[in-house]
Design a protein around this ligand. Structure first.
Ligand code: AMP
Length: 208
């Protein structure tokens, strides 16, 4: 399966990707995770990206496109991939199409996890992540239910930054919904339900 996950920040793309990886072992390419790892390691990329990320703005297209293009060269993606958080702009979508057509690996679907903006604000401001394994939980998790690691709040999950990320999503990313509808690749799923219920629909939609 070659798929892109679409949806606002906090819609549950990371959670659905984790469930797909657990069951189908498909490589998960999350540009947000790649950037956070670069920030943690203090690389040049990380230093450049951090200012944008902390403000909830998008990292420039050329940086992100280079990162994903390089990642897609890895042979582990030959049997499929789940792109999460990419593409986020029309330029990224066009660059992805060009790269996938060069690799002769067209997309099978663009899966939209659809959740109302106010639900997202509540979800993101109470979201916590595991420092060790990246598990996505909530403020109710004192420690990671998966590995016992320490849970933390992402720097960009405060309310002001969340609202900016939602604005950026509306302006720059939501036009991709029409783009993929036009390519007859769009599948839309109601994401305001229990993650396992959403996952059952994801599997059905992907014919798994
Ligand atoms: P995410 O974990 O997907 O919510 O991404 C966190 C942050 O990383 C975003 O708010 C952006 O600053 C940056 N980022 C992740 N993916 C992209 C992308 N495809 N294009 C531009 N910036 C991105």
């Amino acid at each position: 399966m070659n798929i892109v996950l679409l949806g606002a920040p906090g819609a549950g793309k990371g959670t659905q990707a984790a469930l797909l990886v657990e069951k189908y072992n498909t490589p998960h390419i999350s540009t947000g995770d790649m950037l956070r790892a670069a920030v943690k390691e203090g690389t040049e990329l990380g230093k450049k990206a951090k200012t944008y990320m902390d403000a909830g703005d998008l990292v420039p297209d050329d940086v992100i496109i280079g990162l994903v293009t390089e990642r897609l060269q890895n042979p582990d993606t030959e049997n499929g991939f789940i792109l999460d958080g990419f593409p986020r702009t029309s330029a990224q979508a066009v660059a992805l199409d060009a790269e996938l057509s060069k690799l002769e690996r067209p997309l099978d679907a663009a899966l939209l996890i659809d959740v109302d903006a106010e639900v997202i604000v509540k979800r993101l401001t109470s979201r916590r992540m595991c420092k060790e394994c990246g598990y996505i939980g909530s403020v109710a998790d004192a420690s990671c239910p998966k590995c016992g690691g320490e849970m933390y709040q992402r720097d960009d999950d405060n309310e002001a930054t969340v609202r900016n990320r939602l604005d950026v999503y509306e302006k720059s990313t939501s036009p991709l919904i029409d783009y993929y509808r036009g390519c007859e690749l769009l599948v839309s799923i109601d994401g305001d339900r229990d993650p396992q219920v959403v996952f059952a629909d994801v599997e059905k939609a992907l014919g798994l």
